[in-house]
Design a protein around this ligand. Structure first.
Ligand code: F6R
Ligand code: MG
Ligand code: MG
Length: 366
């Protein structure tokens, strides 16, 4: 059976700064979707990660469907009304345009979707990250899909021995979608050359080379490309199918134990380690650290089980402790050097304004 899994995510307001949406806001979105799901959705799951709310839904209408996108857009608008009424901070923040025009791509919310031929059992993980951008997934998914040091299935499972195809987008090019397809293992070094630059090149999707089936879909929208100026980090979502021809759940999770440094953190302008957290995680230290949550599901004819919280295990408590140490360590050097992002990636214009003023005061001597 062909099933579409769609995730649409937005920040439409939160409590106490950019920490988490209110229960009333989440409830409003849940109610809105529940009332309109009949005849449109097979199933859905509403969750929050940091200050973002994600609507994950299953249906048979294919990716980019107008009705599905409109449903999410209107749900986020209804949420914005509640956010405004209760004085939540940043109400409607990610709804960058006034009118819906057929598809939420280009309007602010992040989208990851894939249409699949549902397997006998269809396990997948829904990842959501806050206070970071889509390049945050470059390293963990490279390691999970291309490196036998992390994914033992690449050498143990005949179903995976042909490797995977990566579709990588240049997100700095905004006129059209600029995309390249590279295959692992033959083109590993080329993949690495691109993925090292997480602000420019991001994985959009990954496919099994033995079956051609899609394994991964990631939201690649950049808010500042839409708004014409920097309006916040893009807080990316991802769908990852697991088991069988794809890496096992644990192989996909394994690279998240690095707590690798990503762009984001305070004011979307710093570098911080990505902390794997429990579902519905909130934000704290230095408006961070950047967090990622994972909800694993099984699915039958589009009907979802309850989520299994992939980072809710004693193992990840140890990792969170070491990631917290990494966060404190890089923060010790404040604004200096690699702890803050380059000017092109800063979320606020203050540095550029100051530099322009100071430029006039420089003097020149031989
Ligand atoms: C980062 C983020 C926060 C805010 C910070 C200041 O993406 O959302 O770190 O940048 O809390 O927020 P404003 O400028 O809204 O007061
Ligand atoms: Mg926010
Ligand atoms: Mg956010």
């Amino acid at each position: 059976m062909k099933i579409t899994i769609s995730v649409l995510k937005a920040d439409v307001g939160s409590i106490g700064g950019h920490l988490k949406p209110s229960l009333a806001l989440i409830e409003e979105i849940r109610k809105f979707i529940a009332e309109r799901a009949r005849g449109l959705l097979i199933d859905y799951y509403i969750s929050s990660t940091g200050d973002d709310i994600a609507i994950l839904c299953t249906h048979t209408r294919g990716p980019g469907d107008q009705k599905i996108h409109q449903l999410a857009w209107e749900a986020f608008q209804a949420g914005t009304t509640v956010a405004r009424k209760s004085g939540l901070y940043g109400a409607g923040q990610d709804l960058l345009k006034d009118a819906f025009s057929g598809n939420v791509r280009g309007l602010g919310p992040a989208v990851a979707e894939m249409e699949i031929d549902e397997r006998e059992s269809e396990p997948f993980i829904f990842f959501a990250a806050d206070k970071t951008d889509p390049g945050a997934y470059n390293l963990p998914f490279y390691l999970a899909f291309a490196d036998p040091m992390y994914c033992s299935g690449l050498i143990l499972s005949p179903k995976m021995s042909q490797g995977f195809k990566f579709r990588i987008i240049d997100v700095s090019f905004t006129e059209k979608t600029k995309v390249i397809e590279l295959v692992a293992p033959e083109e590993l070094y080329d993949i690495a050359v691109l993925l090292r630059d997480t602000e420019k090149y991001v994985i959009e999707s990954i496919y099994s080379r033995s079956t051609g089936n899609q394994a991964v879909a990631i939201s690649t929208q950049r808010l500042h490309n839409i708004a014409g100026k920097y309006t916040g980090k893009d807080d990316p979502v991802a769908i990852v199918r697991v088991q069988g021809e794809f890496p096992a759940t644990g192989e996909v999770l394994a690279p998240f134990n690095i707590g690798h440094y990503v762009a984001g953190f305070m004011r979307g302008s710093h570098i911080g380690p990505l902390m794997p957290c429990r579902l519905n995680a909130t934000i704290s230290y230095f408006d961070g650290p950047p967090v990622v949550t994972g909800a694993a599901f099984s699915m039958k004819e589009g009907k979802l089980t309850e989520p299994a919280d992939v980072f809710d295990h004693p193992y990840w408590d140890t990792i969170r402790t070491s990631v917290a140490q990494k966060a404190s360590e890089i923060r010790r050097q404040g604004f200096c050097g690699p702890s803050m992002l380059p000017i092109s990636e800063l979320e606020y214009g203050g540095v550029v304004e100051k530099l322009n003023q100071l430029e006039k005061r420089f003097t020149y001597t031989d």
